[in-house]
Design a protein around this ligand. Structure first.
Ligand SMILES: O=C(NC/C=C/[C@H]1O[C@@H](n2cnc3cncnc32)[C@H](O)[C@@H]1O)c1cc([N+](=O)[O-])cc(O)c1O
Ligand SMILES: [Mg+2]
Length: 214
């Protein structure tokens, strides 16, 4: 068999994007996924909302759950101030291999640490392995039934502090009902919904921004 979809996406980036130019990497992926082959990147409708929240938080430490091909990794890392770090977690080695190359094409490898493994296994090890005491920003975009257990794990591991911002993709489509119910009803979070569209489609989707109150 030939190349996988992520590998075909990588080829489109290598062909159409300028090395060291994150914006051209983002544009190349969005063009490919809108006109050639759909893929589950946060995309160019929700992407600007992600950008605005990252810019507002200006995180020193950021965590992404579910790298996939690295599209949102590039969106986040391109906005980080010097010295800030993004840790992104991906358990599929084939996806991780593509993501590393896309992140490198954007010239952002020094701002990003891609860790291969499951979020549930990694989160309890983050403090000792990376010397990180808490995350200013967390982007959730992995399996939708992992959102709730993983933020509870972040809470239990003391990796959230007053003011930490969680941003969750796909809270409408495919949907994350248990997560939404928790962050919208817990006294420990102030939650806000940003309506948008499922990537490269006219279907509704949106991002949920939840500030941890401590
Ligand atoms: O299913 C979706 N996303 C799941 C994303 C999954 C990605 O995160 C990794 N992962 C999963 N649990 C993990 C735990 N630990 C580490 N990586 C993990 C998977 O290996 C994959 O790379 C999705 C679906 C649609 N859709 O329209 O159908 C649209 C979207 O925007 C989506 O994000
Ligand atoms: Mg998503």
């Amino acid at each position: 068999t030939g190349l996988s979809r992520p590998q075909r996406m990588l080829k489109a980036v290598q062909k159409n994007a300028t090395k060291g130019d994150p914006q051209s990497v983002i544009a190349a992926i969005d063009y490919y996924c809108r006109h050639k082959e759909w893929a589950m990147n946060v995309g160019d409708d929700k992407g600007p909302i992600l950008d605005s929240v990252v810019s507002e938080v200006n995180p020193s430490t950021a965590l992404e759950l579910g790298t996939y091909c690295g599209y949102s990794t590039v969106r986040i890392a391109r906005l980080l101030s010097p010295g800030s770090k993004l840790i992104t977690v991906e358990f599929n080695p084939a996806y991780a291999a593509v993501a590393r190359q896309i992140i490198a094409h954007a010239g952002l490898q020094n701002k990003v640490t891609l860790v291969e493994g499951g979020s549930g296994d990694l989160i309890p090890k983050i403090k000792e392995q990376f010397g990180i005491t808490s995350f200013d920003f967390v982007f959730l975009d992995h399996w939708k039934d992992r959102y709730l257990p993983d933020i509870k794990l972040l809470e239990d591991c003391g990796l959230l502090k007053k003011g930490s911002v969680l941003l969750a993709d796909n809270v409408i489509c495919p949907g994350t009902p248990e997560y939404l119910e928790y962050v919208r009803n817990s006294p420990r979070y102030k939650s806000q919904y940003f309506q948008s569209y499922l990537e490269y489609t006219k279907a509704e989707d949106g991002l949920e921004k939840s500030v941890f109150l401590g």
